[in-house]
Design a protein around this ligand. Structure first.
Ligand code: FMN
Ligand code: EPS
Length: 388
């Protein structure tokens, strides 16, 4: 399975072509839209989220509610596009060269993108570097979730911290009950439940100061059978694949699996998870899950626990110093609109990204021609594990 996304933040929409999904998988737009809606939630987002109301449209590959085995095209249309008729027009005669944007924001892709592609108009970069693109990545991830539920896989996430404000939930020993409880309410989950008022006050304070916030979120994946991923080649390693995919999310600056960086500071006896044997279920359970469910690049049957750090939003209402790329004069930019924080959204996006990585790895192992065949192969593997 592989996919490609296209589309600009203020263009007509965001699109993905997904290749390699088995035929016969039931998919409903509602299964995808629920996650698109979650991605738009969370206190601290800017005016754009009031304009958009994301929903998926299937443009190919799905007929009568089921995948056909052909490439699937997903579209998420931009409502805001109608407000940018000339600025986003593909036609040369509608160009407005006097209005080009030449003021790169520190922390965004603006300057690097212009230097790399020899462009003077920052808009050519920001339209694609924008995290608006994650809308369609969440759509792909939600499609992947439709597949993964046939294997009993469940993916949830929550926000651990925003700025210096810690989430009340403890995760040192993964508390799935708490996560489940938390996830029922979705994230706003954090903002509407755990420390609602504190978080809002803190975010409001940052907004008033013209500042922005990042944070840490955690994805917990349950129901993964042992042996997904591979130890034999660097490209097959499941932790490496999660890391690459998550670092591919805008503004993610760090990814940890299990104890992560903490594993470097403790002796081995406090890092590795002892192996037991459950003769009734023919499984090898662990009393702890410091590895975060992945050893040697493969799932080990324990919940997969991945944390990621998101940096603060680069566009500041109290702007940082920068230089106009045409005049080379210093300036402090004015900002029309921007998010103050988007950590809850990032948490939802991370779930989708992890779902896609896992769906790809499952299809590699169990085949991808038809759901019947894929599930038959999966069942065969379960029996093999039982006989082991
Ligand atoms: C959900 C989400 C929303 C974001 N919203 C904004 C925003 O409103 N303004 C902004 O400047 N950056 C925003 N960002 C961050 C930029 O997209 C990101 O910092 C930029 O693409 C540069 O990439 P890098 O941070 O990975 O280096 C957002 C990121 C995410 C994940
Ligand atoms: C549009 C989304 O996020 C956008 C990500 C983003 C950025 O620079 O990354 C900038 C903002 O866009 P705008 O400039 O149109 O206000 C965010 O709203 C979205 O998440 O759907």
């Amino acid at each position: 399975m592989r996919y490609l996304t296209a589309g600009e933040s203020h263009g007509k929409g965001l699109f993905a072509i997904v290749e390699g999904f088995p035929a016969g998988l039931e998919v409903r737009a509602e299964d995808i839209d629920v996650h698109l809606k979650r991605r738009q939630m969370g206190y601290g987002r800017g005016g754009r989220m009031k304009i958009e109301s994301d929903a998926v449209e299937f443009l190919s590959g799905i007929r009568w509610g089921k995948t056909m085995g052909s490439p699937i095209t997903l579209a998420v249309w931009n409502r805001d596009n109608k407000n940018w008729p000339k600025m986003m027009s593909p036609h040369a005669e509608e160009a407005c060269p006097d209005e080009i944007f030449t003021r790169p924001r520190p922390g965004h892709a603006d300057l690097g993108g212009c230097l790399k592609r020899n462009m003077q108009d920052v808009r050519n970069v920001l339209e694609r570097s924008s995290a608006r693109e994650t809308a369609v990545r969440v759509a792909v991830g939600s499609l992947s979730r439709c597949l993964l539920r046939h294997f009993g896989v469940d993916i949830q996430s929550y926000v651990r911290s925003i700025g210096t404000l810690n989430c009340a939930l403890s995760v040192e020993s993964v508390d799935l009950k708490a996560i489940n409880k938390c996830a029922d309410k979705s994230i706003v989950r954090f903002l509407h439940t755990v420390q609602d008022d504190d978080a809002r006050t803190y975010i409001d304070q940052m907004r008033n100061e013209g500042n922005t916030l990042g944070g840490v979120f955690e994805v917990v994946i349950t129901g993964v059978v042992p042996g997904i991923g591979d130890y034999a080649s660097y490209g097959g390693k499941l932790d490496g694949r999660f890391g690459q995919a998550l670092m591919g999310m805008q503004a993610v600056k760090g990814v940890e699996v299990g104890l992560g960086f903490g594993a470097a500071h403790a002796p081995g006896s406090q890092v590795h998870d002892e192996i037991g044997y459950d003769s009734q279920n023919h499984t090898f359970p662990r009393q702890s899950n410091r590895a975060g469910g992945i050893e040697g690049g493969m799932s080990n049957g324990m919940p997969i626990v991945i944390r990621a750090a998101k940096k603060p939003i680069p566009t500041l209402y109290t702007p940082l110093q920068s230089v106009d790329i045409r005049s080379k004069e210093p300036f402090a930019a004015t900002v029309e609109r921007s998010d103050v924080t988007a950590v809850p959204a990032a948490s939802t996006i991370a779930e989708a990204i992890c779902a896609t990585v896992l769906a790809e790895a499952y299809l590699e192992k169990f085949g991808s021609d038809s759901m019947d065949e894929t599930l038959r192969n999966f069942q065969g593997y379960i029996e093999q594990l039982q006989r082991f």
